[in-house]
Design a protein around this ligand. Structure first.
Ligand code: GLV
Ligand code: MN
Ligand code: MN
Length: 398
């Protein structure tokens, strides 16, 4: 499975993946998923939001055990974030069959579309739509950097954008969702464990900061006459870092767009995207408000107007305690399996409000993620598959 998927959407220059939703690379990933389902004689379907499902057993029977993750990537992402969960799901199903385990509940593998939100800005768009946490009207008009709407991109890829929306009937069929994911930190490396169970996801969100100044000549405009939004932006980046450190939280400006983006012109507009996360929602709200205030105050000095739009938000997720404890017990008990929180967002976090949900993490020896350097050892990946098979067998088989 890795051999087939590894070249798809990989940039030969950076070695990173560019598998953005509804692009040809995404279509290749989706074709791979469909082929994996067919090779195992699973019932394949695409739901109204473009998420792919592969079923063993009758979906309509209800109380299904679902596992899976996503196949899209961030810009120049690593090989494991998402695909490890999908590949492990198919491999765990193979393992169950090899063990001769007989499912007494329907089992499904899912590929949630557009988890990273790299192209249209909203993370977990596929699961959010399904859970009714993103309205179809809002989703359809989201635009990528070239101005292409999500609706147009879906249509081009053969998916009907008019059909998207909440899917409570589908969610009602799921009795448990378990997502396996490469760890995006070093907790397991530090504890010396190959696999862990998730306890919670920090609340997190994305905010777009528009800094509007005035374009002018870089060689002739006196410093005192400038309204330079780059200056306000730069100060905001520094303020965000300082305030995040003071709050014990995280704030990152990782994406920026500049207009007109000329080397010899003062910018007219700088647009920066803030990703911020904290252990609790009050800390996060206070931190973002403080960053916005710092930006506005600095903007007033620079003659730059600052506007802030929240583009997405995910409240704190506390995974279902019963299911978490069941997973821990199936994997040998709390003394052998660490239970840990994460600052990374996942479709599991979106589903958790509607369905009992749990996650397994596989050790990442460097902790690096959202980068081509992301890694996991083969033995640990195999341990992840075994753990997922143990969990699926315990939950869904007689
Ligand atoms: C998803 O990977 C996120 O946490 O941004
Ligand atoms: Mn990710
Ligand atoms: Mn992921």
């Amino acid at each position: 499975m890795w051999r087939d998927l590894l070249p798809v959407g990989r940039d030969s220059g950076t070695g990173g993946y560019r598998r953005y939703a509804w692009t040809p690379a995404d279509a290749d990933c989706r074709a791979w998923f469909r082929d994996q389902a067919a090779a195992r004689a699973l019932t394949y379907e695409v739901d109204r939001n473009g998420n792919q499902w592969a079923w063993l057993g009758d979906p309509a029977a209800g109380d299904a055990v679902v596992t899976g993750s996503h196949l899209d990537s961030v810009p120049d992402g690593g090989a494991f974030d998402g695909p490890l969960g999908v590949i492990s799901s198919f491999a765990a199903l193979d393992e169950l069959r090899a063990r001769g385990a007989t499912p007494t509940r329907p089992l499904a593998i899912v590929n949630f579309t557009d988890e990273e939100g790299a192209r249209f800005g909203v993370a977990c768009a596929g699961s959010r739509l399904t859970a009714g946490r993103l309205t179809p009207e809002h989703a359809r008009q989201l635009r990528d950097a070239d101005g292409v709407t999500l609706a147009a991109a879906m249509e081009k890829a053969g998916q009907d954008p008019e059909a998207i929306g909440a899917d409570p009937e589908r969610l009602a069929r799921i009795g448990a969702f378990v997502e396996l994911h490469v760890e995006q930190g070093r907790a397991l490396d530090l504890s010396g464990d190959a696999v862990g169970v998730a306890s919670a996801i920090w609340p997190h969100g994305r905010w777009r900061f528009d800094f509007a100044g005035e374009a002018n000549h870089a060689g002739t405009t006196r410093l005192d006459d400038r309204r330079d939004p780059m200056l306000t932006y730069a100060n905001t980046v520094l303020a965000a870092r300082k305030k995040a450190r003071l709050a014990g939280a995280l704030a990152t400006f990782g994406k920026v767009a500049v207009e007109p983006n000329g080397v010899n012109a003062i910018a007219s507009l700088v647009r920066g995207w803030l990703d911020s996360r904290a252990a609790d929602e009050a800390t996060l709200a206070d931190l973002v408000a403080a960053i916005e205030q710092a930006a506005t105050e600095r903007g007033a000095r620079d003659g730059v107007a600052v506007t802030v739009v929240r583009e997405s938000f995910t409240p704190v997720v506390e995974f279902a305690h019963d299911l978490r404890d069941r997973l821990t017990a199936l994997l040998g008990g709390a003394a052998t399996v660490p239970v840990l929180p994460t600052g990374a967002g996942h479709d599991a976090g979106i589903l958790a409000a509607a369905v009992p949900t749990a996650m397994l993490f596989v050790r990442n020896p460097t902790g690096v993620s959202h980068s081509p350097a992301e890694s996991a050892a083969e033995d640990d990946c195999v341990a992840g598959v075994t753990a997922l098979a143990d969990v699926l067998e315990g939950l869904a088989c007689s």
